[in-house]
Design a binder for this molecule. Structure first.
Ligand code: EPU
Length: 767
């Protein structure tokens, strides 16, 4: 008996103690499952545990979180993953003690040899096609066993041993040359391409391994006639059956209709029309894959109607065009594609679905592939409107200097793509893509690493954003991860998780109730003129009441009623138009009514609440209240009521006056502002005025004007202003504020208190 036959007998007809090193890996867990079903006593070690190891433990796996030889002393055979080095203590110990050790593929090949093997090989589409094959044969009543490289919900598990059937369907892994270990009855070759050049020297080396497998295939070889390399390498054998969309195929698909996620096509064997197939796995490439399965199953004797019925029911594997979120406005899809050919095919499918735009986030996989195929990657994204590239997922490789996501982004741009950007921080990718979103978009995450987690975050937030959109209705606006630097006069600050522009009191009230029920923080931003948002942004809902009734200003008799979104400057001018005085100072404050109320803003010796007649607000349950001035508690730069409630509008008292007098005071205010305040980007005065001395004067006297941290600088015009010289961060601003406070404390004994509202998360990755 040969060594291989020995191993096959050992694994499939006897019961032993077997240990798997690296058992949490997707391939290794499949072997563990098969061995448990074959009745072995199975143990496994891995530094990680996973859902798979937990499931296997329930089936009897003895799992160890460490690789320790003493844990597995009674083991008779050790199977190890290709990620395991010869330094692994269990592997080392087994070898030293003369125990048999085999690679994963050797174990699989031995198990398979006990049945009539069907091996599915190719660079792209193996998992889907091997799952489809197993499913069609199962529905055809043939009780196949199977082994595929991913969790397949419709098959139950990634590997299954069925003692009743003769067939065994397996996904071959060409990446390490181990497909040459198999001696299947039938081989299905989907495609052959230059890939895994970290292992193979060149195309010739790849071809050699495939040719060896074909030589060891005892029955028929099925290959795709639309694939030039597969045709060249397989075509010379006399036991071949080919399939494809072209006339050359022994099995052919015609009248292909690709619509949304369903493809319909006619199947011919030679001139004979077998019938119509409906496939619920999208894309033309999957029509080819299904055709390969049809050819194989037909040759194995499954009637076409059974095959067609099974294909209709088949659902693809996880991470293969997996729909993460689907609504009339948005479609989010995740795909494992990481080779340029796969990316092109997946994008073509995405495009054919017929949404308005296709936005893509791509994480290159392995440094070696990124480097070798960079030109091909540059040409792979033509079907995407926008592409965000993040950094390389190394897998088990060490970085190669200069090989980053930037390289791929540059290649895509050099190829002429206008919508590509690079985001080196993976945890920010969802923000970049989310902020681009517009109704009608399809978002696709691509890559074999962990980019799908970014899509999941986006999907989770989109569920909430869509509910909010219903609340604020057609005229309202909802945006994800809106940079708050765009909405503050200081031009710094991270993103708002949900940026909501509400246009009326009713939707504002409903939004308050929604946030309360969902335990979502709610924060109001008006004109953002007195606001310093930290670089981590604001978690939860940031509502910006603006437009519609929020911007309206009404004048009745001597009273002016304005919505919270109305600019103070406009109130000053509206008052002038009605010959009402006393509000001219509002001209010099860059904010709106909401902010002025919130902090009892002031200028030219006046304060907001000196002129307030009444305030309308919503409480934390969204109920409206109207309060007269004498019912309100107000302090210098502080109005406590709005800490937990939300202003809607306010009525101010004007005093009839002569137009010239009003004009003169407006002019005085403008002049004061022009001559004493900087025009650069700022948040107005940073500190409240201490009782003893105005803050600007303190800063000035301390000689701190023009002092800087990064791009934040104390204005040389007014000491109480910090200006953004372009590109300043909140961190710069806060450091400068701290420095000023410290100086004032130590040198002048003055405790400066900030007037500007400081909000948001310090940690950059938190929204
Ligand atoms: N001063 C200096 N050096 C400076 C800045 C000011 O010596 O670099 C002196 C001025 O000469 C003046 C005194 O400090 O004698 C006060 O300065 P200023 O008249 O400019 O007024 P302020 O108290 O600094 C207040 C408001 C401003 C408002 C102006 C104009 C506060 C904290 N600030 O400034 O409001 O525009 O009056 O009326 O109450 C804001 O709230 O964001 C804001 C800019």
């Amino acid at each position: 008996m040969t060594k291989d036959a020995d191993l096959a007998k050992f694994l499939t007809r006897e019961r032993h103690r077997v240990h798997l090193i690296g058992v949490a890996g997707s391939g290794m867990s499949g072997i563990a499952g098969l061995l448990l079903q074959l009745g072995h006593e199975v143990s496994g070690s891995d530094k990680l545990d996973s859902q798979e190891t937990q499931r296997l433990q329930r089936l009897g796996l003895k799992f160890h979180r460490q690789h320790r030889a003493e844990d597995v002393q009674g083991t008779e055979l050790v199977i190890y993953s290709s990620a395991i080095t010869s330094e692994n203590p269990i592997l080392k110990d087994a070898r030293e003690n003369g125990k048999r050790t085999v690679r994963r593929a050797e174990g699989l090949a031995a198990i398979m040899s006990a049945k009539r093997g069907i091996l599915i090989v190719g660079m792209h589409g193996k998992t889907t096609t091997s799952a489809m094959t197993a499913y069609v044969l199962r529905e055809g009543g043939l009780h196949p066993s199977h082994y595929v490289g991913a969790e397949i919900p419709i098959l139950g598990t990634n590997a299954h041993w069925d003692a009743r059937g003769e067939l065994f369907v397996a996904e071959g892994d060409e990446s390490d040359g181990t497909i040459a270990l198999f001696h299947p009855e039938n081989t299905l070759v989907l495609n052959i391409e230059e890939e895994h050049l970290d292992f193979y020297a060149d195309m010739a080396a790849i071809e050699k391994v495939f040719r060896q497998l074909l030589g060891q295939t005892t029955g028929k070889i099925f290959y795709c006639a639309d694939e030039p390399n597969a045709t060249r390498i397989c075509g010379s054998s006399d036991r071949v059956i080919c399939y494809g969309l072209s006339e050359k195929g022994d099995y052919r698909a015609t009248d292909i209709d690709l619509r949304n996620f369903t493809s319909t096509f006619c199947v011919y064997r030679g001139k004979e029309r077998l019938g119509e197939a409906v496939l619920n796995v999208p894309g033309e490439h999957n029509v080819r894959n299904a055709l390969g399965v049809i050819a194989l199953a037909t040759e194995l004797g499954v009637p076409f109607d059974k095959i067609a019925k099974a294909l209709t029911k088949f659902q693809h594997a996880r991470r293969r065009f997996e729909i993460k979120y689907d609504s009339p406005r948005f479609l989010l899809v995740d795909d494992y594609g990481h080779h340029p050919t796969e990316i092109k095919a997946t994008l073509k499918t995405a495009r054919s679905i017929g949404r308005k735009r296709v936005l893509t986030m791509f994480q290159p996989h392995r440094y070696s592939r990124t480097k070798l195929l960079r030109k091909e990657f540059g040409r792979a994204f033509d079907d995407a409107d926008r592409v965000v590239i993040t950094d390389v997922y190394g897998s088990n490789e060490s970085p190669i200097p200069g090989v980053t996501g930037q390289m791929i982004a540059d290649e895509i741009a050099a190829h002429g793509h206008r919508g590509v950007s690079y985001q080196p921080r993976l945890e920010w990718v969802h923000r970049d893509v989310g902020n681009m979103l517009d109704s009608g978009d399809l978002v696709l995450s691509l890559g074999a690493g962990n980019i799908h987690e970014q899509l999941s975050i986006l999907a989770g937030d989109l569920v909430i954003a869509e509910k909010i959109k219903e609340i604020v209705a057609e005229d309202g606006d909802v945006r994800l991860y809106e940079p708050l630097s765009k909405h503050t006069t200081l031009r710094v600050g991270g993103p708002a998780q949900f940026w909501v522009e509400a246009r009326n009191e009713k939707s504002f009230a409903e939004l308050i109730r929604f946030c309360r029920n969902q335990h979502l923080p709610l924060f109001v931003v008006g004109r953002g003129s007195n606001l310093l948002v930290r670089d981590g942004g604001i978690r939860g809902v940031v509502v910006h009441p603006s437009g519609g009734e929020f911007d309206k200003i009404y004048i009745q008799d001597n009273e002016i009623t304005a919505g919270v979104g109305a600019k103070l400057k406009e109130i000053a001018y509206a008052a002038r138009g009605a010959d009402l005085g006393g509000l001219e100072w509002m001209e010099g404050i860059p904010g709106a009514v909401g902010g002025a109320l919130r902090m009892n803003a002031g200028a030219m010796g006046s304060q907001t609440f000196e002129k307030v007649v009444s305030v309308r607000y919503l409480d934390s349950d969204g109920n409206p209240h109207d309060k007269e001035r004498d019912e309100l508690e107000v302090h210098y730069r502080h109005f406590p009521l709005l800490e937990r409630n939300f202003a809607v509008s306010a009525t101010f008292q004007g005093k009839p006056d002569k137009r010239e007098q009003i004009e003169a005071r407006l002019h005085e205010s403008q002049e004061k502002r022009r001559s004493t305040q900087p025009i650069a980007k700022s948040a107005g005065c940073i500190f409240k005025n201490p009782e003893t001395c105005p803050a600007g004067k303190v800063v000035d006297e301390l000689g701190l004007k023009n002092s800087t941290v990064g791009k934040a600088r104390v204005s040389d015009v007014h000491g109480n202003f910090i200006v953004n010289d372009g590109g300043a961060t909140a961190t710069d601003m806060l450091e400068l504020i701290d420095r000023i406070k410290k100086e004032a404390r130590t040198k002048r004994g003055i405790e400066l208190e900030t007037e500007v509202q400081i909000v948001g998360e310090a940690d950059a990755g938190s929204v």
